[in-house]
Design a protein around this ligand. Sequence first.
Ligand SMILES: C[S@@+](CC[C@H](N)C(=O)[O-])C[C@H]1O[C@@H](n2cnc3c(N)ncnc32)[C@H](O)[C@@H]1O
Length: 250
Amino acid sequence: MTERREATLRRLGLVPGVAELVWAALDDALGRAEAARQAAGEAPPAVVVLDAGCGRSSALARHRDRIGRFVGVDIHAPAPGALPYLDEFATVDLCVSRDAFPPATFDLVLSSFTVEHFVDPHAAFANLAGWLRPGGSLILTTINHRHPFVAAYLRMPDGLRRRVQPLVKATAADAHPLVGACNDPAALREALAAAGYTDVRVETVGHLARAWGRRLPTFALGLVGDLLARSLPSRRSTLVVTAHIPEPAA
Ligand SMILES: C[S@@+](CC[C@H](N)C(=O)[O-])C[C@H]1O[C@@H](n2cnc3c(N)ncnc32)[C@H](O)[C@@H]1O
């Protein structure tokens, strides 16, 4: 998206965006993890993180110097050398591969714009919960079915949506099949609680203009969508979720 379009969004008060909310959540979660590792006598950087559905970029990369072991998984393997910030990559279907990692491997899991693609989100949340250490953090971003444009997009017949996706996505490689099985605040809260998470916090934010901002017509459409839902928090287009694995009772 151009700087001018970003400036327009700022002038209209469409801030903070998803990126700023995720950066703040990551900073907080890394702080918690660093404190826990230090309390266990481990020298920094000892924090172990997973980008679950890592695609081609990760908000965790900007914190590389705070991370001891950085793992990425996805159903699609990246091009060789495409994710230089990772220590390891594994091809994993998050909805299926419960044994991809030993229990309590990670301090922090980021899963960014993945839930809408999960065939079985309940299984994916349970798998991630099992791989997180007690006290560990999950940070999710995903689309909100309660926004009318998102609902229309999710309800489109597959053939039509396949034709629309390249208009709003950067490349065809970014147009993944959509399922939308757990994509509103209440459904996410319920699914995460059922998978054993606690302190589930769901923030909503208008993100259509930024997500569709490469072309002026789709930017304008997204902007209308973001402004329409601005004063209706539960209907904003995008969900930023944080949750934790409870510590064992003392
Ligand atoms: C919209 S992209 C987001 C990529 C990246 N997280 C980001 O924020 O730029 C969704 C990613 O989730 C991956 N994905 C979808 N379903 C998955 C599953 N069941 N297990 C693992 N990865 C999955 C896709 O292959 C894709 O890379």
